[in-house]
Write a new protein. Structure first.
Length: 383
């Protein structure tokens, strides 16, 4: 039996014991890992992003009511909301992601039906791989299917981002939801957050992407993310730009001295990180190993000295990744502050790489990390 068949059985069984009978629709949406472009999305820059095989499933069936009733297999919890309510659920904050999607879809004039559903996710929670976006995008796909209308995937991503910004209350950019909706099997996406367009990027044969989860806590809704965002917006405003990545590298450098020192550090990182995105896309498709090593090292150096989003656990993991066999480059992922990191590794040495990182990191921290390869998966849709 394949993993997917087992997973399907598990979800179907849970559905039958919670609601009786079987689900009528199965939707899924992937998590993501960014290969380059930390915090560039809300500065309307570029990101090289990979939708991953770790995904969130919702198996659902309309219930002829105006209620959405859900069981989360991962959390072993039940919760529900009424489609005409706007109240968040402090007891089960996970349902707010779905409720938020229902609210914004209705604000957009789309008719929704109540449903019963079981959620199962292989995207680890709170680790920087966008479990929230995967849940939002899977939920939007369920509402879309049951409502018998369809949304353009970019529009769907924007509505899910809106749910997270306005209902959940996390001021994230478009990266996570765009990747989860627009993913294509087999390729990374070079995303332009200004125009909301993307181009497929094929990673050269022989290069694998490996997630290295530090298993140390991160908190996206925490003040640091909002503070970085405000500092960048302040920098852009002081330089007369509506977003930082509107400025060319040269234009920025010539006026950096006008900024307060802390703002200049943050902005310098974003401007340089934005430039590294296209460079890494080119290096990965050409299989240019020295460029991969140089660009990823510069990204982590900036994340640690300029943007200051690294943690002691991330530095230990970085040392473990760089010392392991087969590594081509490594850096932070997601918002930073702990969580997952990402390495580019020669595929014929994936096992040796994982074993070495695991034992190095464990010896230094007494925490067992999770190390696993990922590959590009399709965006939100049906199973
Ligand atoms: C989180 C946010 C994204 C993006 C990244 C950092 O994942 O949700 O919008 O800002 O952090 O690149």
């Amino acid at each position: 039996m394949t993993f997917d068949t087992q997973r399907r059985d598990l979800v179907a069984q849970a559905f039958s014991s919670c609601f009786g009978g079987l689900p009528s629709v199965w939707c899924r949406a992937p998590g993501r890992v960014d290969l380059m472009g930390s915090h560039t999305d809300y500065n309307l820059g570029a990101v090289l992003t990979l939708p991953i095989g770790r995904d969130t499933w919702i198996a659902a069936r309309p219930n002829s009511s105006s209620e959405v009733r859900l069981h989360s297999l991962n959390l072993g919890a039940d919760a529900s909301f009424a489609l005409d309510s706007n109240e968040k659920c402090p007891e089960h904050p996970w349902i707010d992601y779905i409720h938020g999607v229902a609210v914004v879809l209705q604000e957009a004039g789309l008719p929704l039906c109540g449903f019963d559903g079981v959620i199962h996710s292989t995207v680890p929670l709170r680790s920087g791989l966008s479990s929230s976006a995967a849940l939002e995008c899977a939920a939007a796909t369920v509402f879309e299917t049951l409502g018998a209308w369809s949304l353009d995937p970019v529009e769907k991503a924007l509505l899910c981002q809106r749910a997270e910004n306005h209902f959940v209350g996390v001021n994230c950019g478009i990266l996570d939801q765009f990747t989860s909706c627009m993913g294509r099997q087999g390729c990374a996406l070079l995303l332009d957050c200004h125009n909301l367009t993307s181009q497929p990027v094929t990673i050269a044969e022989g290069i694998g992407v490996v997630i290295c989860d530090t298993k140390s806590q991160r908190q996206l809704a925490g003040s640091e993310y909002g503070e970085r965002r405000a500092q960048c917006e302040n920098g852009a405003r002081l330089l007369g730009a509506s977003a930082l990545c509107e400025l060319t590298h040269e234009a920025y450098i010539s006026r950096e001295h006008e900024l307060p020192p802390i703002v200049a550090k943050r902005c310098r990182f974003i401007i340089e990180e934005h430039a590294r995105v296209a460079a890494l896309a080119a290096a990965l498709s050409a299989g240019d190993h020295p460029a991969i090593a140089e660009l990823t090292a510069a990204s982590f150096h900036g994340a640690s000295h300029l943007y200051e989003i690294t943690s002691p656990a991330m530095h230990t993991m970085m040392a473990a990744m760089l010392a392991a066999p087969g590594v081509l480059g490594a850096r932070q992922a997601g918002a930073g502050f702990g969580g997952c990191m990402v390495a580019l590794v020669q595929v014929d040495q994936l096992d040796e790489f994982a074993a070495a990182v695991r034992s190095h990191y464990f010896a230094a921290t007494a925490i067992l990390p999770e190390i696993y390869p990922v590959s590009a998966a399709a965006g939100a849709g049906f199973l």
